[in-house]
Write a protein that binds this ligand. Sequence first.
Ligand code: SF4
Ligand code: SF4
Length: 421
Amino acid sequence: MKSQKTQSAINTYLKETGGWVASQLEACTRCGICAEACHFYQALGNPEYAPIWKLEPLRRAYEQRFTVAGKLKLALGLEKKLADSDLEHWSKIVYEACTVCNKCAHVCPMGIQLGPLIHGVRAGMAAAGVVPADLAEATEKQKTVGSPLGVTDEMWRERIDWITDEWEAQIPVDKAGAESLVVFTSIELMKFPDNLAAVARILNRAGENWTVSSTGREVVNFGYFEADEELTRLFMYRVFKAAEELGVKRIIISECGHAYDAFRWAAPNMMKVPKGVEIAHISEYIHQLWKTGRIKLKEGAFDGETITFHDSCKIQRRGGIIKQPRELLRVLAPRSFKEMTPNKEQSLCCGGGGGVISIKEADANRYAVFEMKIEQLQEVQARAVCMVCSNCRLQFVDSVGHFNLPVKVHGLAELVSKALV
Ligand code: SF4
Ligand code: SF4
């Protein structure tokens, strides 16, 4: 049965199906190659997890409204109009079995951008209010409190003070005239506070004129996970506004892949962004500090047990920051660093991104996917793994505990800070 919420989803899909979306949908030859690239399909074998099937609500809305074939299928009863039950069904597929990693797009012979299209399917779900409860709750907290983990302004200040004391790391707050605004995630603040301390130590050692902001303090974007355009804009606006008020030259995104994707690629296409303000990811910025001699590192500081690198989909595959972390790791562990296979653009997603890790019902899916990551780790006999995304790090820490693996999990900033000369 079609209700107002289904109509909201259909309206969103029809609004989205301009020339670009239509051409993408029409180009698909149904070859099925993308299925083999999807870690959820590979790990669970569910045909509904094939990337192209995840576009089904968008395709049906488009074809039934705009194409002769779609109208005929409807008239002959070969296909039905979208109904509430369809939205409930696909909501579980696109939020709980997709990290929007976009690996499927890399193998599609027609060049179809499946990741952004699946984001579009999520947009319809968000408009209809058919979003997994855990994800919706975190988004609401970010809207009302300013953080998906419910970190209030007061808690944030206390936490910054505590990190400053505990790690003896100076963290400038709301420093007008600073050149760089560093924005962290609540995940780092609450679960990996060592990461804030590590970044502070590195920037202070380099003599960087930097600050954090008490108003633009959250970089992760649960509106972007949900694909709610208005909230996506609101959460980025808070950071851009802080950047403008402080007069910074750049915004440095901390170890968060989706945030980097949102600020670097999505923001200029959906909102007014401050002119002349550069967006940099912390890993490329640290690399630049090292390359230009502003920080020096102890060579071989982490040589010993085998250490490998996990590529984060939004930072490496989408963002192209591939050689920078590797160059740093070859200094930190020249003899012990080993690559997993596949890697770089072809890397295997950890299974926790795109909001998946925040949805309890998706736990079985993400653990199943992580078993493929375990195989990769075991192939190189890794005893440690490093990454540049806190969301990936959370998935690794949780899954390493779940499977009781003898593997240490590190953020790149953490390793660099420990190797500072
Ligand atoms: S974006 Fe990633 S998780 Fe989603 S369907 Fe494509 S390969 Fe699978
Ligand atoms: S690989 Fe591309 S053309 Fe083939 S089914 Fe997937 S989206 Fe369609």
